[in-house]
Design a protein around this ligand. Structure first.
Ligand SMILES: [Zn+2]
Ligand SMILES: [Zn+2]
Length: 374
């Protein structure tokens, strides 16, 4: 198999990053490539801007699924790539172009070297938001072809090429946004008693929200509550009639998320009472934790340690979110980190994953799926 082909495809995909459910050019490029493969060896369905490709096995007992995400981010690229983004303000800064190239490599391999079992390749839109996994799971083509096991990877900037890691159980956090708006009464800065100042209410709210992690959550149950943005008022001498706050919550357990959300609601009730203001609370987009199946993950790690030359290790949990968690809630499987060795982290405008990781992943997973099916 011609490895350079998939590096070239990654570069083509890198030039056309598109946001969630707007991946029209990406879908077309993927379809053009998939349609260049022997069509009698595959079945194809599209769902919104996503694609599902089934490669039937020759004596199928089960279906093995592989999922890639396909969307980019609203980030202005700052690399000096010749093949940098052609879409101003958009970039593949989370490595989903790498994920897609690997999926195409695997698909190509299995079209030419079918295994006993069926394989399903899932090109999922909108991982970065608003979340494509959950609606895709309930789509007709997915229900018809639902795999029995499912796998995915994510590029890991901090690991060298040739390194992979994962862990049984929880890998990534439950996540939720936190959007609050407070409405009081504006007025002249010299007459505070005639207004109702939302700057004071908001600063109290921020302080109280930060007491949740330190005072309400079991220290053994990791939780993050970060408020990334606050806004209030118009001018130095006007009492602010409005204030708002946007943040994110990450927890490693579902009860942890429930507890934090309950406390946020209770604290907000208290703020409304004590400052006589109105508040709206919106949880924005939420992602379920990524929970790897223990048996599948142990088996994968054991196999990779014995049968490959890769550096394989068990990693810690990370407080990031990934909507692959919704697939894993329905189907046993796992996700792992693939080392791509770049000093810039995910979502950084200079992210430059090492493309040598593409053939590493294609070889790893083509071998693994083949032996799974023996
Ligand atoms: Zn991302
Ligand atoms: Zn990502």
């Amino acid at each position: 198999m011609e490895v350079d082909r998939f590096i070239e495809l990654r570069r083509q995909l890198h030039q056309i990053p598109e946001l969630g459910f707007q991946e029209y050019k990406t879908q077309q490029l993927l379809l053009d490539y998939i349609q260049s493969l022997p069509q009698d060896r595959l079945e194809l369905e599209t769902w919104r801007t996503g694609i599902l490709v089934k490669v039937p096995g020759y004596r199928s007992r089960q279906c093995i699924g592989y999922r890639t995400d396909i969307d980019g981010l609203p980030i202005e690229e700052q690399t000096d790539y010749e093949f940098r983004s052609q879409h101003p303000g958009h970039m593949h800064a989370c490595g989903h172009d790498m994920h897609m190239a690997i999926a195409l490599g695997l698909l190509t391999h299995f079209v030419h070297h079918p295994i006993q079992d069926d394989l399903l390749f899932i090109f999922q839109p909108a991982e970065e938001g608003p979340g494509g996994a959950l609606p895709m799971l309930t789509s007709q083509p997915f229900i018809r072809w639902k795999p029995d096991q499912i796998f995915a990877l994510h590029v890991a900037p901090e690991y060298p090429v040739g390194t992979i890691s994962t862990r049984p159980g929880i890998l990534f956090a439950n996540t939720s946004e936190l959007n609050i708006h407070l409405t009081g009464k504006s007025g002249h800065g010299a007459y505070p008693h005639q207004g109702n100042d939302m700057v004071v209410a908001l600063t109290q709210l921020v302080t109280q929200l930060h007491s949740i992690v330190s005072r309400n959550v079991d220290p053994m149950d990791s939780v993050v509550l970060s408020i990334g943005k606050i806004e209030a008022g118009e001018k130095e001498n006007i009492i602010a009639g409005h204030a708002s706050l946007n943040g994110t919550i990450r927890t490693l357990s579902l009860p942890g998320m429930e507890k934090v959300k309950n406390r946020v609601s209770q604290i907000l009730q208290g703020i409304q009472t004590s400052f006589q203001c109105e508040a709206t609370l919106d949880w924005g987009s939420n992602y379920l934790q990524v929970k790897n199946d223990s048996l599948i993950t142990e088996a994968f790690l054991d196999w990779a340690r014995k049968e490959t030359q890769l550096q394989v290790f068990e990693c810690n949990q990370a407080m990031v979110g990934e909507d692959f968690g919704y697939f894993l809630e329905e189907i046993p499987g796992m996700m792992f980190w693939l080392g791509v060795d770049t000093p810039y982290g995910l979502h950084h405008p200079k992210l430059q994953p090492n493309e040598a990781a593409i053939p590493v992943a294609i070889q790893l997973l083509s071998q693994y799926f083949t032996q799974l099916s023996k």
